[in-house]
Ligand binder design. Sequence first.
Ligand code: SF4
Length: 359
Amino acid sequence: MTTPQRLESGIPAQVSRTAAERFGIIERPDLTFTPAIARETEHLYERVKQFIPAFEWPVYAPYVHAINRIKKERGAVILAHNYQTPDIFHCVADIVGDSLQLARDATKVDSEIIIQCGVHFMAETSKLLNPDKTVLIPDGKAGCSLSESITGADVRLLKERYPGVPVVTYVNTSADVKAETDICCTSSNVLAVVESLESDTVLCIPDEYLAMNVAKQTKKKILTWKGHCEVHERFTAAELLAYKEADPSIEIIGHPECHPDVIAVCDFAGSTSGMINYVKDKRPARVLLVTECSMASNIQAEVTGVDFIKPCNLCPHMKRITLPKILDSLLFMTEEVLVDPAIAGRARLAVERMVNLKQ
Ligand code: SF4
């Protein structure tokens, strides 16, 4: 891999030209379903046949085939979040996982181009941890209700109102917000991050429910913000109890972005990775995943002997990413994600403090 030259400002010289100018564009391939494409994608269809009927595969297969071929030509790596649809997650992704895992794993691969299949703050985090790589998102409008609930200016006002109180920010935020933060956290390490701080009071933002859930586990006073994940806030304790009443053998596992009343009726609560590990290790006979429903499908494709109950809440932002848009990203090198150098250093520091925290 070539070492990028830098301008005096510290900005890699390469970003002064668009990604299309730096890497060139590729002509759109023929997307006809041929016997050769059927043969070459047969092993991939095996992975997703529970979710894609055979008569629909001829629509998917030419995209899957073209994406995998052009990805190799470009030397690109595709990162896919656990909430991406099974066709993306199982057929074209190179690295899968939660947002932080994806950004960290991307630092270990020798690819100059990262295609981020997820939402915008995830692509920004990948850019922060991989500043010399070209990060593309197939749809720049893929946002997030939680990330958009707060801005850097809001955090500056909070710091004025609570001087000296350390700010812990969930990774589901923009780089602008991370730059105003002392340390980031994920849903799996939020308690360890809060406990690592000396102060008796901590600002834990922007997810109100994540903060309320951690407040139940610490003696520190937790101040928060009214941000919510529009997928996880829709679940209610009453609907989960109704499932349990119908079949008491069902194990309910939930994400800490849910309201504390929901977490109270779960048998286990954990981050997306924690939930996946729980299902893979414990193999419950029947499990209800209280989270985004593509994630349940993605685990279901890998785990046998587990009956998945899926109260289906889809994230509309995650679903903006599709195979045709991924192909366009690879062909036309769109849409490039850049982080303002004035905030990138401080935002990276907040993420790195969390990554380097001894737990
Ligand atoms: S699932 Fe929730 S937190 Fe994740 S991207 Fe969608 S809205 Fe944001």
